[in-house]
Ligand binder design. Structure first.
Ligand SMILES: [Zn+2]
Length: 80
């Protein structure tokens, strides 16, 4: 029983860490997260619309997405 509790704790921690990781943003500027285990995704890249970097290797194409670096630049530009 102890071992099972430990295992469940690790799963919870893993999920929480995944939720905090944002890979980039889609065309509506919704965050793109890494795949959660067990999710069915398409095997198409999501490519940054600005610098052509691969944001993610699955779940694409999602045209108009941007990577985290370009998103930061974009939000900085908006402030100026
Ligand atoms: Zn980019």
């Amino acid at each position: 029983m102890m071992a099972l509790n430990m295992w469940q704790k690790n799963i919870e921690l893993g999920v929480n860490m995944e939720q905090e990781t944002i890979l980039g943003y889609d065309k509506d500027r919704n965050p793109i997260y890494p795949n959660k285990k067990g999710y069915i995704t398409t095997h198409a890249f999501i490519i940054c619309d600005n610098c052509a970097k691969a944001i993610k290797t699955t779940g694409g194409p999602r045209f108009g997405s941007i990577c985290i670096e370009c998103y930061k630049e974009e939000t900085n530009e908006n402030k100026h």
